[in-house]
Design a protein around this ligand. Structure first.
Ligand SMILES: [Zn+2]
Length: 117
């Protein structure tokens, strides 16, 4: 960066210009620049969780997807992938539970018919 008073090149973190001694304004943290440095953590966490804990992954991915606009759409597609993966994983686990229950009821039915109850 350059001194606004004398134009001499100075250190980014300097508060006082070494050339003229003028107070240097710290680099202004403009909103878009600041936003670019932030990471859409929820999108990443949601994507990872979608494999391990689909319900938590789904929630994090939805929030991460909604918040993506605040991060210049960073990881928006990753969050979308997290939503899809966790939704599929949830559907599969629900299917497994239903099939498991049907299987248990089927076994119980066979036992009942064999024992003549
Ligand atoms: Zn200066």
């Amino acid at each position: 960066m350059f001194c606004t008073n004398c134009g001499k090149e100075i250190n980014e973190n300097a508060y006082v210009c070494p050339g003229c001694g003028a107070l240097v304004q710290p680099k202004s943290t403009s909103a878009p620049e600041n936003g670019a440095k932030k990471t859409n953590v929820l999108a990443i966490v949601g994507f990872v969780l979608s494999f391990l804990f689909p319900i938590a992954g789904l929630i994090c991915s939805i929030i991460g997807h909604r918040n993506a606009a605040q991060y210049q759409d960073q990881y928006k597609s990753l969050a979308l992938a997290g939503i899809i993966i966790s939704a599929v994983a949830l559907a599969l686990s629900l299917l497994a539970v239903v099939l498991g229950l049907l299987w248990v009821y089927g076994i119980l039915g066979i036992i009942a018919s064999v024992s003549g109850v």
